[in-house]
Design a protein around this ligand. Sequence first.
Ligand SMILES: C[S@@+](CC[C@H](N)C(=O)[O-])C[C@H]1O[C@@H](n2cnc3c(N)ncnc32)[C@H](O)[C@@H]1O
Length: 257
Amino acid sequence: MLRKDDFVLLLSEKRTYLVQKSHGKLHTEFGVINLTKIKKYGQSIRTHKGVLFLVVKPTLSDMMKKLKRMPQVVTAKDAAAIVAHVGIRPGWKCVDAGAGSAFLALMIGNVVGPRGKVVSYESNKKFAEVAKQNVKKCGLEKIVKIKNKPVEKMNEKGLDLITLDIRNVDQYIEKMFKALKPGGWLVVYSPYIEQVISARKVMQTVGFAHITTKEVIEREWQSDYFSRPKTRMLGHTGFLTFARKVSKKIPIKKENG
Ligand SMILES: C[S@@+](CC[C@H](N)C(=O)[O-])C[C@H]1O[C@@H](n2cnc3c(N)ncnc32)[C@H](O)[C@@H]1O
């Protein structure tokens, strides 16, 4: 049985609508849908003009289309590459910073599931508030926790994964090394290659291993009578740098001479 504030995704072959059941009546180009008649996911419903819609539970990606966006968000292609490269598993304990609109934190939270945890740090009060609302809207508030604090104040330990999408990451890399468990991953998202170069140097100094940088390029195709890549594409989002903690110790710096 669905509650009043539950979201439902109405699917037809031509259109989709994402609404809360409490919306009452939904006016669409195919006629009016009486949402009070929806009792469960999986059922079908007709508009007053007889057009059929399937009622399904929205997935995280459906919900994310409706979220408020504040600073630049991590896109699905980059989040998917993080999930796949490090092999995020249910139950993982993760830290993320900055939360921004919580897009990356949500996509990780969706994979670690109820046995896992994502604590996401956000220094800006307004963004932290938006991030919290976005997490609640997606129903992941038991998994993804937004802390309105700078990541400098992070106190979690024994982590499986840390993701950083902030400027000047170099100063935090040693702290992140200490907070990860052996085998744990640090992933840094950087828009500029100069940031990648300096982050990699610090990662090596601190003792991270298996340092890899990737750029994910996605090209959507149009497929009508003839098929070809779409004219417009998202040219660049950011570089992903992956690093793994193998040794427990930070290497001792050798003195000159
Ligand atoms: C590009 S946004 C992050 C977007 C986020 N990854 C997403 O997918 O929605 C960067 C965020 O980091 C926050 N930030 C910057 N420095 C920070 C720090 N030291 N600790 C925590 N958050 C910080 C900024 O306020 C900003 O909201």
